[in-house]
Design a protein around this ligand. Sequence first.
Ligand code: ACO
Length: 324
Amino acid sequence: MPYSKISQVAHYLPEQVVSNQALADILDTNDEWISSRTGIKNRRISQNQSTSDLASQVALQLLEKSGMKAETIDFIIVATISADSIMPSVAAKVQATIGATNAFAFDLTAACSGFVFALAMADKLISSGAYCNGLVIGAETLSKSLDWTDRSTAVLFGDGAGGVLLESSEQKHILAESLNTDGSRGSSLTSGQNSLNSPFSEKSDSDPFIHMDGRAIFDFAIRDVSKNIKQLIEDSGLEKDGIDYFLLHQANQRILDKMARKIACPREKFLENMMDYGNTSAASIPILLSESVAKGSILLDGSQVVLFSGFGGGLTWGSLIVKI
Ligand code: ACO
């Protein structure tokens, strides 16, 4: 049976940097509040590129780094909650832009867990033996889903994209996985509410913006996600020390501080970049991964073990332990 492995990584960020001070100029907020509550200092905000533009830049880099021809790609999955349009999907636009004429392509919507869910699905496609490789990309322009008059959400998010080339391998690289959803708690984090609008329907509300019960999400991350990670490590048979790095969804520094304590692993092993990019939802883990490879902390030579964990809207949460 074939397995899958991450063979290349890439990320792409829009050029425009928006600082906390720039937000304080348009909202009743300040750098001290944002930094101390979240750890975020800057975020990138797209001026003229949509989610598919960011995702396509990642896909092109992955092709260039791997030396693969676009026609040899079997599938493209884009995890996103900020697609340019529902139809065509972001993934279909990426497929056209890079000329991956033999690939099937689709978007996956699982909010901040999107990249982890997509990677797990891609692993199954390759492990089935039916496909040899695929691009798995997390890409967001959350700036378009924000109510820029709402200081409680506008300061938290940013735009960006990251992704990986997944290829078949004779060795097992995805060592353990746990994917979870609790739809009964979905109302604590919402966006893109569509209304019924036919002449035969009752009127219902539509609301494009992100809304969040910050406290509920904070508690969910600390309680449910920490428990999930601890359990996964235990079930995998690995020692905690055997995990070289934790690449968790980049929502908030205080969440990472508390999770590190709950999981009882050294805080330095929890990589972070939310200070530079804010919360980029499905893009946050692959951007962090690609940056960590560029910085040399992750070697991408099969000698390290990392734990990915995404958590957010749905509610969804999922973790993978990966030899990388
Ligand atoms: N600037 C200044 N003051 C603010 C701001 C702001 N940007 N936003 C809220 N406030 C005020 C509130 O109005 C409130 O004022 P009040 O006491 O006069 O009413 C006060 O600050 C405290 O507000 P809280 O919402 O209670 O602040 P809290 O300490 O809970 O921090 C935060 C809010 C940072 C969102 C926190 O709840 C949190 O970290 N939650 C996790 C959620 C998260 O990170 N979500 C990201 C998306 S979800 C995901 O990716 C998983």
